[in-house]
Design a protein around this ligand. Structure first.
Ligand code: PMP
Length: 432
């Protein structure tokens, strides 16, 4: 009997403790955390330095309302975050999660347009499929029908363009013509909507939950930057899942050397130690909005000392242990292992990702890309079997909202080669 109502069809074990890449249930069974929760526990569980930093902060204060007190930990975390961000984005606004971070970018963008004498700009173009959060604003720009449909009448209807799923469209992702093909759909959509009505375009640099580690084709990220600049559309990078180093760069977009106007970050930023996220914004955008009377937005728990102290310690651990370098190296090793499984299991139709943001997709037919029939419920069944084998992975069924089973394999960035072998072996047995 439980008073909670979460949506898992299969009963889940009760968590007892967690350390490094491992988690134990109350029966003493050990699991490899093969997805870092929901791509959150990037530096692993129970990191002693982070716990020490949290204890030290707790001994001093746990909460100070940001409009009543400055705090050292929030100043330090803002400085560390700005130092990691692209040039020109030095303004940081703390929140407690990914949806709040995305919501903040939308509202800052809108207020900026007002300061620029452009009240007609309100449309935020996003991609289909995509996931940007579960608040009504973030949901309005989320391209995932199973989560949006029931709430549709309550949300603004926002325009969408297709995510560049070259592997389904039979296009070569390494060919710059492919990147142009998808990027030009954004330009066409801006023209269709009327360029002076479009406020922003939001994109996950590497697609996350909805697309399963979708890496953009060559030239795509650069071209959408150019298009946004040309039409005065703000470019938002939703780095809630990609930010924090998992892809092998601190920000996922770092792989393409592209600078957005606004960034949302969360998940690995607090590393699973505290609810934490941030919006990082272009200096002149924030100056304009603050100069015109301030940002009409904010959350009570934002920038609380405990969350910020933990966030500082998480960033320090990433730097001190070169976890981003390890994510790049182990990501390559994981990709090799997943491709090895693909050679042995025809059911695996695609392996993709960057760094330790990796995924594979099950298909009925690799050549035609036909998905498995929905009634097989493959995405749920493989996860259940993996649990039996002491492995936790994250799955979604997306393709167009109705079909396509993909699995994110995203262990913490501290993982080593022997642990990857163990993980792959458990996955192999589960697939078998
Ligand atoms: N944006 C992206 C890219 C995400 O992956 C997520 C979470 N899966 C969110 C936003 C929403 O974050 P949260 O669940 O912390 O609100």
């Amino acid at each position: 009997m439980t008073n909670l109502f979460y949506q898992t069809k299969s009963p889940r074990p009760t968590l007892d403790r967690a350390e490094g890449i491992y988690m134990w249930d109350t029966d003493g069974k050990r699991y490899i955390d093969g997805s870092s929760g929901a791509m959150v526990s990037n530096i692993g569980h129970s990191n002693p330095a982070v716990l020490d930093a949290m204890r030290a902060q707790m001994d001093k204060s746990t909460f100070g309302y940001r409009l009543h007190f400055q705090t050292d930990s929030s100043e330090q975390l803002a400085a560390k975050t700005a130092a990691l961000a692209p040039d020109g984005l030095n303004k940081v606004f703390f929140v407690s999660g990914g949806s709040e971070a995305v919501e903040s970018t939308l509202k800052l963008a809108r207020q900026f347009a007002l300061t620029q004498g452009q009240p007609q700009r309100f449309k935020v173009i996003s991609r289909y499929p995509s996931y940007h959060g579960c608040t009504l604003g973030a949901l309005a720009i989320t391209g995932y029908a199973p989560m949006t449909a029931p709430f549709d009448p309550m949300m603004m209807r926002m325009p969408k363009v297709p995510a560049p799923r070259a592997y389904l469209d039979g296009l070569d992702p390494t060919d710059p013509a492919t990147g142009l093909h998808y990027a030009n759909m954004l330009e066409a959509k801006i023209l269709e909507e009327g360029p002076d009505t479009v406020l922003a375009f939001i994109v996950e640099p590497v697609g996350g939950a909805s697309t399963g580690a979708l890496v953009p084709p060559a030239g795509y990220m650069q071209r959408i930057r150019e298009i946004c600049t040309e039409y005065g559309v703000l470019l938002i990078h939703d780095e809630v899942m990609t930010g924090g180093g998992r892809t092998g760069r601190f920000f996922g977009a770092g792989h393409w050397g592209v600078t957005p106007d606004l960034i949302s970050i969360s998940k690995g930023f607090g590393g699973g130690y505290v609810p934490l996220g941030a919006m990082i914004a272009r200096d002149d955008i924030v100056d304009a909005v603050m100069g015109a009377g301030g940002f009409i937005h904010g959350f009570t728990y934002a920038g609380n000392p405990l969350a910020c102290a933990a966030g500082c310690a998480v960033l320090d651990q990433i730097a001190e242990h070169d976890l981003i370098g390890n994510a790049a190296r182990m990501g390559d090793a994981l990709a090799d292992r997943l491709r090895g499984l693909m050679q042995r299991y025809p059911l695996i139709g695609d392996v993709r990702g960057k760094g330790l943001l990796m995924a594979f997709e099950l298909m009925a037919d690799r050549a035609t890309k036909a998905p498995l029939p929905a009634h097989l419920n493959a995405h749920a069944r493989l996860v259940d079997i993996a649990y039996d084998n002491g492995l936790i992975i994250y799955s979604r069924r997306t393709r167009g909202g109705t079909s396509g089973d993909h699995f994110l394999v995203c262990p913490p960035m501290i993982v080593d080669a022997a642990q990857l072998d163990d993980l792959t072996d458990r996955l192999d047995r589960s697939l078998a």
